[in-house]
Design a protein. Structure first.
Length: 708
């Protein structure tokens, strides 16, 4: 596997480099002369367009049923070549590399000017990157559906709803642009080894977009402070090394909003298209993203003034691009006979204690107001939880300050920027209204759900920095306050840093000290930076097999004992996953848990070597959950039908598990009653793994079935 691991690491870097290059070239072409004049806008546009290109390619290939990494890279390569040829035909005045050279110099200058916040941010994100490299995916949403969708689509090469029992019967129908972004981090190596890093580009984009919005609102000098404050907010940094999609939604939404604010002042096609790209990516990532995108579009259209002969077609282009990038999953659901939001499946997948319709929903923060307020959960969710098992899923003590900024945003800026502030303020108010009335907030859900407000956190930081600059705050005092808040964030995070991360950081500390105290070493780095960069790249690829070896050996322990954001119950299932990793090989797995199939992804293996799926227990054996009444496939159970369905799907392993307070699913009784068909290979208090001993059916003949 040594060669495969080296190729997997190299191909992942190539894929990401092509996406970055395509995004940068398209940004230069789209922004034109403004690309060189505005490095911040170039950086935001490049990251946004790289994401847009990535999603457009996989949406196209997935809709056609040919979602393969070779075809995806070919399309991206063709796009990059076309952009390069276009640049050669119409080269920018200073050359295509000039805007990026200016961006690099400007970045270095800002990092030197804001050296203390830069060092704190670098330390924080470096620790999280290392954590992501050394640990398997540990987030609840990642293991229960985000990566289940990604891996199933990688296996099946399409974007059909992933079939399953509760809750996958609903999660298979959710908008999933985020899962498609994760595909780019898993497909090149066909593994999970790099997917924990997938959120970091959008973590960076969120910080840059926040600073860009702050500048658009009037903070022309101190906008970087808004970026730093957003990036190190605990609820944001905590999820940077996970496969949740809230940072993705907030990043593309605020990036699009930045170009919307520019479009408000001067309508241009480039700003309109970038605005539409951000809205479409957000709308297709989760239902709340759709709500936020609609709110941003409505606020922008409502507050636009003048030049309507130019604005109207541009607004139509915004809406068209939003539909193109954001509507696929909603249209797919409607085409299959459900409603766009798959609300029938959502009601079936909702636990009884959280169920309830109406507005506000009974399980929302407003609907359960007495409960969440009397227990202190609402305040604790924002200030940060110190309860065992919850790693500071909150904003921190600065929450009250940011709440003021969020609610008063339109009045924190100067009159000349009041219209832009009203657009941002309306988006914040709409998000807060949704947060209090729609998402689950009972039974501690409210702690993790603060992440739904990531866009509001960024806009509140932007508004407060604008207000400080408008009030004439001295820069040294403003920087000192920012550093104090950033240190407070790091102290609040209480990161349980793994030993391996500490070792890598010790080496980094030695290198930093050597650079500080050795002029000769600094001169060498300045003189040989290209050679050193290539050497570091080669060393990174060469280290991939060692990283993989560590990850494989540590996976069972990590799944059983660690968590990233909040504790989850994989300890119950980890022995079964470890057995499959050791003995399951690449055999197909049928999975069924009691009371529901909450965690399916880990059984797929670190290299996604096993085809893990839910297999029907009935003779109907419909293809989609939505074809069953109430979107519930566990009806009309029949042992013979179940066995027949297992054989049809070439299943080798039947993995059955339960929470301790529940009995095993009915498949366990069936398997135990048929020892000639099912051999028990592993058993403990909460896990059973059987091997189906029937020979698999022969593959279908190319000429079709024989005539009777």
């Amino acid at each position: 596997m040594l060669i495969a691991d080296l190729l997997g690491a190299a191909l992942t870097l190539v894929a990401l480099a092509f996406l970055a290059l395509g995004g940068g070239l398209l940004a230069v072409r789209l922004l034109g002369s403004r690309a060189a004049a505005d490095p911040l806008a170039l950086a935001v546009a490049s990251l946004l367009l790289a994401t847009g290109e990535a999603l457009a390619i996989v949406l196209l290939l997935g809709a056609l049923g040919v979602l393969r990494i070779d075809l995806a890279l070919t399309l991206q390569g063709v796009l990059v070549v076309a952009l390069l040829l276009d640049v050669r035909r119409r080269p920018p005045a200073a050359g295509v590399g000039a805007p990026f050279a200016l961006l690099a110099r400007r970045t270095w200058d800002l990092a030197g000017h804001y050296w203390a916040p830069s060092l704190l941010t670098l330390h924080a994100v470096g620790a999280e990157v290392l954590r992501g490299l050394l640990r398997p995916p540990l987030g609840w949403d990642a293991m229960s559906y985000h990566l289940v969708l990604t891996s199933a689509w990688l296996r099946d090469q399409n974007l059909e709803p992933v079939f399953g029992s509760v809750p996958l019967n609903y999660h298979g129908y959710v908008p999933a642009n985020g899962s498609l972004w994760f595909w780019w981090w898993m497909a090149p190596s066909h593994s999970e080894f790099y997917v924990n890093l997938a959120t970091f580009p959008h973590w960076l984009l969120l910080g840059l977009a926040t600073g860009a919005v702050a500048r658009a609102l009037g903070a022309v000098r101190h906008w970087p402070i808004a970026s730093y404050l957003t990036l190190l907010t605990p609820i944001i940094l905590r999820f940077a090394a996970t496969e949740y999609v809230d940072i993705f939604v907030a990043a593309v939404l605020l990036a699009g909003l930045f170009f919307a604010l520019r479009w408000l002042r001067t309508p241009s096609w480039s700003d309109a298209l970038l605005f539409g790209c951000g809205l479409g990516l957000a709308a297709g990532a989760k239902v709340l993203g759709l709500a936020y995108a609609l709110a941003a579009l409505a606020a922008t259209a409502l507050l636009a003034r003048g030049a309507w002969r130019r604005r109207l077609p541009q607004l139509l282009a915004v809406a068209a691009l939003m539909v193109l990038l954001g509507s696929y999953f909603y249209l797919r659901n409607a085409t299959l006979g459900g409603d766009p939001l798959a609300t029938t499946c959502e009601r079936t997948a909702t636990p009884p204690e959280l169920a309830g319709q109406g507005f506000p929903r009974p399980s929302s923060a407003l609907g359960a107001w007495d409960e969440v307020v009397a227990r202190g959960q609402l305040l604790e969710a924002f200030l940060g939880s110190v309860r065992p098992g919850w790693r500071e899923l909150g904003v921190g003590p600065q929450a009250l300050l940011l709440l003021f900024g969020a609610l008063a945003l339109p009045w924190l800026v100067g009159r000349e920027r009041r219209r832009e502030a009203w657009v941002a303020g309306l988006l914040v108010w709409a998000a807060l209204a949704l947060w209090f009335t729609v998402p689950f907030a009972r039974q501690r859900h409210v702690y993790a759900n603060v992440r739904y407000l990531d866009p509001c956190i960024g806009l509140a930081c932007a508004g407060l920095v604008c207000w400080a600059e408008r009030r004439g705050a001295r820069e040294r005092w403003l920087q000192a306050l920012a550093v104090a808040l950033l240190v407070q964030d790091l102290l609040q995070l209480r990161a349980e840093m793994p030993f391996g991360v500490r070792g890598v950081m010790a080496l980094a500390d030695l290198l930093a000290v050597a650079l500080v105290f050795s002029p000769a070493l600094r001169a060498l780095v300045a003189r040989r930076w290209r050679e050193l960069a290539l050497t570091a790249l080669a060393a990174t690829i060469a280290a991939a097999p060692f990283l993989v070896r560590f990850r494989l050996a540590d996976r069972g322990r990590a799944l059983a004992t660690e968590f990233t954001a909040h504790s989850t119950p994989p300890t119950v299932f980890a022995p079964g996953w470890a057995w499959l990793d050791s003995h399951g090989g690449d055999g197909n797995v049928a999975i069924s848990h009691a009371p529901h199939n909450y965690l399916a992804y880990p059984a797929m293996g670190p290299r996604l070597e096993r085809d893990v799926r839910y297999v029907n227990v009935n003779a109907a054996d419909h293809r989609y959950a939505i074809e069953y009444p109430g979107c519930q496939p566990r009806v009309d159970p029949a042992p013979a039908a179940w066995v027949n369905n297992l054989v049809k799907r070439h299943i080798r392993w039947i993995y059955l598990a339960r929470y301790p307070q529940f009995d095993f699913p009915i498949e366990e009784r069936w398997a135990a009653a048929l020892p000639r068909l099912f051999a028990l290979r592993y058993a403990d208090a909460t896990n059973r793994i059987y091997e189906l001993t029937l020979p698999p059916p022969p593959p279908p003949s190319p000429q079709g079935p024989p005539h009777q």
